[in-house]
Design a protein. Structure first.
Length: 349
């Protein structure tokens, strides 16, 4: 959500339909599942039913769909025909994964779509479509609602269409969501944005920020590797990691105790174990980490293993930087990586 110490000010701008706030924030309405511009003419929600976001992408990832009255992805000042057609195409089939052939079918150049979306909304078209798909999946995780309620809330008039979409994203039909062998998934709100956690009764498999690129593929690979579906639900490790994340952000918890599963090669597991040994508040270079795992020449392999870590914060890959002091890469984004390093250096204060 939008980081602000005065959400009441944003709510007042919404009530006043203040055009000075156009582009500064979007509001998600919990009771309808849509997000709007500040000047939306629709009836205003109660303050308690509002979530405020700095970008449309954040609202999409939080499972909100664009309002059909104020059209937050097509205004203000209008939008090109290309942008309008693509937004409408996604809303007709939001779980679709787009290919070059799909752009060709609409007589739209993929590079043009990418450029126009980035210029207008600060994200590519593929990023928008991915956020919309993830929003659908995360809605099920966050709410765990009955199938028919989730179907209606997701905008599907056809039950079969909803079941097909759910199955493709989550790997299981909604009617089978109470299977005893399934991995359980939960949505966890944190100071740095929402995260998704996946676990069984014995330990945590995944903890990632929901806007991480490739998260869908990570979940898909996990399902195939362990031969178990992923469904909304609760398990003891999910409750534990939620408590520990709250303590980490609020009070500087220095070590996570939630049990985890390392799903990877022997080399990857060795790198992840070495990451957990880096002390809170300190950093190591990729070269230093390679030495720790026994092969000083394996910097690139260590970096790849670091990048495949699926347990953000618990396995602190954010504590690894380049030898010259630069941050290097981070799946959750470099801004988050810098914030986490600074947070730990301050002792969580």
């Amino acid at each position: 959500m939008l980081t602000t110490k005065n959400p009441e000010r944003l709510y007042r701008a919404l009530l006043d339909r203040n055009p000075a706030y156009e582009g500064m924030f979007y509001v998600g309405v919990k009771t309808t599942g849509v997000f709007c511009r500040p000047t939306c003419p629709a009836r205003k929600p109660k303050f308690a039913n509002c979530e405020f976001f700095a970008s449309a992408e954040q609202a999409l990832l939080a499972s909100y769909r664009p309002c059909m009255r104020c059209r937050p992805l097509s205004a203000p000042n209008g939008a090109s025909d290309t942008v309008r057609r693509l937004v409408e195409a996604v809303e007709r089939n939001p779980e679709k994964r787009w290919t070059d052939a799909d752009f060709a079918a609409l007589a739209i150049d993929a590079s043009t779509a990418r450029r126009q979306f980035r210029r207008r909304f600060g994200m590519t078209f593929v990023g928008y479509a991915r956020a919309r798909r993830m929003g659908l999946a995360m809605k099920q995780i966050r709410e765990g609602a009955p199938v028919i309620e989730a179907q209606v809330a997701s905008g599907y008039e056809s039950g079969s269409g909803f079941r097909d979409a759910f199955s493709r994203i989550m790997g299981i039909a909604p009617a089978h969501a109470r299977s005893g062998v399934a991995l359980k998934a939960a949505w966890i709100d944190t100071r740095l944005g929402p995260m998704v956690a996946i676990a069984d009764d014995d330990g945590l498999y995944v903890l990632e920020f929901v806007d991480r690129r490739g998260l869908e593929r990570e979940v898909e690979r996990l399902r195939k590797r362990v031969q178990r579906p992923v469904v909304p639900g609760q398990a003891a490790p999910l409750a534990q990691i939620e408590r520990e994340l709250s303590a980490y952000f609020a009070r500087g918890l220095r070590r996570f105790e939630t049990p985890v599963h390392f799903v990877g090669s022997e080399f990857q597991r060795g790198v992840w174990a070495a990451l957990t040994a880096i002390p809170y508040g300190e950093t190591r270079s990729y070269a230093e980490l390679a030495t720790v795992v026994g092969d000083p020449r394996a910097c690139r392999a260590v970096a790849r293993a670091n990048g495949t870590n699926q347990l953000a914060l618990v396995v602190p890959c954010h504590r690894v930087i380049q030898s010259d002091g630069r941050l290097g890469g981070y799946g959750g984004g470099l801004a988050r990586k810098q914030w986490l390093i600074d947070h730990e250096r301050r002792g969580g204060a």
